[in-house]
Ligand binder design. Structure first.
Ligand SMILES: Cc1cc2nc3c(=O)[nH]c(=O)nc-3n(C[C@H](O)[C@H](O)[C@H](O)COP(=O)(O)O)c2cc1C
Length: 400
């Protein structure tokens, strides 16, 4: 009864996967939640409201103007009551309406009236999901703190194959629980997270860098903070906003990143190195802009210090050191080798060439390998969900 006394609004929109939300409603009731279903009129063409009414043991809100018993408009009374609004499945249409503050039916009006966390589980054909406007709307929602359960890939009801399938009921329930009953299992722990790319300057204008967006590291830092840790985020230059309530150190070069980590390393319980640190830097820096000539140009490079190796050699037995291996081939073997050679406790292997994984996207596909060689291959997930999985392993290692 993990959800006892929780009031959950379950929004249901007109998507082919709507039958799964009957199961979601039923599981939520079993967990002790009070479930209040709001359906769009298109959703009622897929499933009868009476089914949700019986399962949720509450009336289903279909229309804002039919309320007879309450002096307050129904969207306000529901919004005031709610601990969580979850829309599952969420059509491209409701995603667009919520992202743009449109309130032209019961569900979209409830969505802009709530003052509780919002969780959306989009589901649609993959071309719809990858449509530029739908992508922009999803991006806007993420930026504004809306929790998304990214859809899964596979054979879709429309006959296409690809991303867009509503996640399994278990995954949706896990996310509901994690939003409503956040874990506080890192209280008292100090976590250093590195994120983003480094820049190695050639002259005052040009530098060598890489495609890291920093999103994975920022997700880890935010999730560790939500779970109670004291977090220092050491970040290369990214387009992301520094999260509030943590110690944020902005760096540019690999040498600056190394210094920032070493300054704090001895006081940390765990260091998670998700930054993409440049292995090389230009051997010489020109303090004036290098002028072009007709000749081809060669830039000699020198090796940067190997930060992970240094930390692995230096770490205490009760400190945890976690690395990332961004690979394009022989992913698991390369990651396993790196884990051993750098004395890591965990390594997160990342196939950066896979669709939906790696740089500049909000999702990733990773495998988590531990010191005993155990390898957990995770499906496509949001970077925040992956962060949660990594931190679950961290907590298990601390318990050992
Ligand atoms: C059989 C059928 C299945 C549909 N499945 C989806 C879907 O999975 N995802 C989606 O975004 N739209 C889907 N649509 C389209 C939406 O129902 C349509 O965009 C509608 O305007 C959404 O309204 P609502 O968001 O108010 O429920 C489907 C339509 C039909 C007829």
């Amino acid at each position: 009864m993990e959800l006892k006394n929780k009031n959950i609004i379950l929004g249901v929109s007109g998507c082919i996967a709507v039958h799964k939300s009957l199961d979601v409603a039923s599981q939520l009731v079993k967990q002790g939640a009070s479930v209040h279903v709001v359906m769009t009129s298109n959703a009622t063409r897929m499933v009868q409201p009476i089914q949700f009414q019986v399962i949720s043991r509450n009336p289903v809100l279909l229309n804002l103007y039919d309320s007879k018993d309450d002096w307050q408009p129904p969207h306000i009374s529901l919004a005031d009551l709610a601990d969580l609004l979850v829309v599952a499945p969420a059509t491209a249409n409701i995603v667009g309406k919520i992202a743009n503050g449109i309130a032209d039916d019961a569900l979209s009006t409830v969505a802009i009236s709530v003052h509780c966390p919002v969780l959306l589980a989009p589901a649609m054909n993959s071309y719809m999901y990858q449509n530029a406007f739908v992508e922009k709307n999803l991006q806007k929602l993420r930026k504004n703190g809306v929790n998304l359960i990214e859809p899964a890939s596979g054979l879709l009801a429309c006959g296409h194959e690809g991303i867009g399938r509503l996640e399994d009921v278990d995954v949706i329930l896990d996310r509901i629980v994690s939003v409503l009953v956040p874990k506080r299992d890192l209280v008292g722990r100090k976590v250093i997270v590195t994120a983003g790319p480094t820049r190695e300057y050639i002259d005052p204008i040009r530098f060598i860098t890489n495609r890291s967006s920093g999103r994975m590291g920022y997700a880890i830092a935010e999730t560790a903070m939500a779970r109670g840790a004291k977090v220092t985020l050491i970040s290369g230059k990214t387009h992301l906003e520094a999260p509030a309530n943590l110690e944020f150190r902005q760096v540019e070069t690999a040498a600056e990143m190394r210094k920032a980590i070493l300054d704090d390393f001895d006081t940390a319980d765990v260091v998670i190195m998700s930054a993409a640190v440049s292995d090389y830097r230009p051997s010489e820096y020109s303090s004036v802009k290098i002028k072009k000539t007709e000749e081809p140009m060669t830039i000699p490079l020198s090796r940067n210090a190997d930060i992970l190796l240094d930390l692995g050699n230096r770490k205490d037995p009760d400190q945890l050191l976690i690395g990332f291996a961004a690979e394009t081939d022989n992913i698991l073997q390369n990651a396993q080798q790196k884990l051993v050679s750098k004395n890591l406790d965990l390594i997160i292997a990342n196939d950066v060439s896979a669709e939906g994984a790696g740089f500049e996207v909000d999702t990733n596909i990773v495998s988590i390998i531990d010191g005993g060689g155990k390898c957990d291959q995770l499906p496509l997930m949001s970077k925040h969900d992956i962060a949660d999985q990594i931190l679950n392993r961290v907590v298990q290692l601390f318990q050992k």
